[in-house]
Design a protein around this ligand. Structure first.
Ligand SMILES: Nc1ncnc2c1ncn2[C@@H]1O[C@H](COP(=O)(O)OP(=O)(O)OP(=O)(O)O)[C@@H](O)[C@H]1O
Ligand code: NI
Length: 312
């Protein structure tokens, strides 16, 4: 059962430097209880997809395509109608936790406040707050509940914002770079938390990250973005074991554990994309088709790859 279905999503920003095509014909879906991870280098259009799902794109953005949540079209929904979904049904775990935490309120209270908004009865408040805290991988949840945000580490603050998002019982969580700027230990704590959410609560999560290893560790499915479009999408284990697109192969080879072999070249600018294959200039095996023909996403038994040479 699909909770999220994105189809033919285009997001363009008209600017003085031309049209920036931040998202092009993006399509993928997320099943209930599944973690889907979108990866790609900076500027590849990851956050724009999250913003489109959350109705957070700036008014200047030109948007087309379809985003369905639980079968209901939400991309064209009015702001008034969408306001009923935001936070309650679809919640964002923001990249910067400081902006969403109240510095003057104890951490446990910040979760309890959201529960109060949902009219959770008084006698169940502390139990419910404790239950949410237990998912967040804090060494001492009670101590954390009694602390103020400035007394927590950056990683703990990030996990607390996830707890605040969970308190409204959303059915879909969108996490934009939840591990950005965290050190090794904090990143591992965050990964453990997302694993718990998946295993114990069966949360449906769309995660946006540049961290390929994070995708491998927690994603059920992974989508690889390049210059505003998906070049590969499929079950995580399959994509990592047998990447179908040369860009995915390059990303995997560039991981530290694989010898950190950098990919030569840079991606083309989003305001002057070439006519054919966007990856052609960097491709180790550039084909003649890719010169003038833009490859479509090919579906080979549930794996989607945007390369004329892909076959399973
Ligand atoms: N409001 C905006 N106006 C103009 N261009 C924008 C706007 N928001 C995003 N863009 C452009 O759209 C492209 C995609 O941006 P996006 O933030 O989705 O990238 P990203 O993959 O999330 O990168 P990062 O890893 O750095 O967060 C970028 O080229 C960016 O400059
Ligand atoms: Ni981003």
């Amino acid at each position: 059962m699909k909770i999220l279905e994105v189809a033919g999503l285009n997001v363009t920003f008209p600017t003085r430097r031309g049209m920036i095509r931040a998202s092009q014909n993006v399509g993928f879906s997320v099943d209930r209880g599944e973690i889907c991870v979108l990866v790609g280098e900076t500027g590849s259009g990851k956050s724009v997809i999250g913003q489109a799902i959350l109705h957070l794109l700036p008014k200047t953005a030109v948007v087309s395509g379809s985003i369905r949540y639980g079968g209901q079209e939400i991309l064209s929904m009015s702001e008034a109608a969408y306001a009923h979904l935001r936070g309650r049904e679809i919640a964002l775990i923001p990249q910067n936790p400081s902006g969403s935490l109240d510095p003057l309120m104890r951490c446990g209270r910040q979760i309890a406040e959201v529960l109060e908004c949902r009219e959770v009865p008084r006698e169940r408040l502390s139990g419910e707050t404790g239950r949410i805290l237990s998912y967040l991988n804090f060494p001492d949840p009670e101590l954390t509940a009694a602390s103020y945000p400035h007394e927590l580490s950056g990683g703990m603050r990030q996990r607390l914002t996830t707890g605040i998002a969970l308190a409204s019982e959303p059915r879909l969580l969108v996490a934009d770079e939840p591990t950005k700027g965290l050190d090794y230990a904090a990143r591992n704590a965050s990964i453990a938390m997302f694993r718990t959410l998946k295993e114990k609560r069966h949360d449906s999560i769309l995660m946006i990250t540049h961290d390929l290893e994070l995708a491998r560790l927690i994603g059920d499915t992974v989508g690889v973005l390049y210059s505003g479009e998906l070049v590969e999408f499929g079950p995580t284990a399959e994509v990592f074991e047998e990447p179908g697109h040369p860009y995915t192969r390059g990303l995997i080879a560039a991981l530290p554990k694989n010898g950190m072999k950098p990919m030569p070249g840079i991606c083309p600018g989003l305001s002057r994309l070439p006519k054919g294959c966007y990856f052609r200039d960097r491709c180790p095996h550039p084909c003649t088709e890719g010169e003038g023909f833009h490859p479509a996403m090919l579906d080979v038994s549930g794996r989607w790859v945007r390369c004329s040479h892909f076959s399973a």
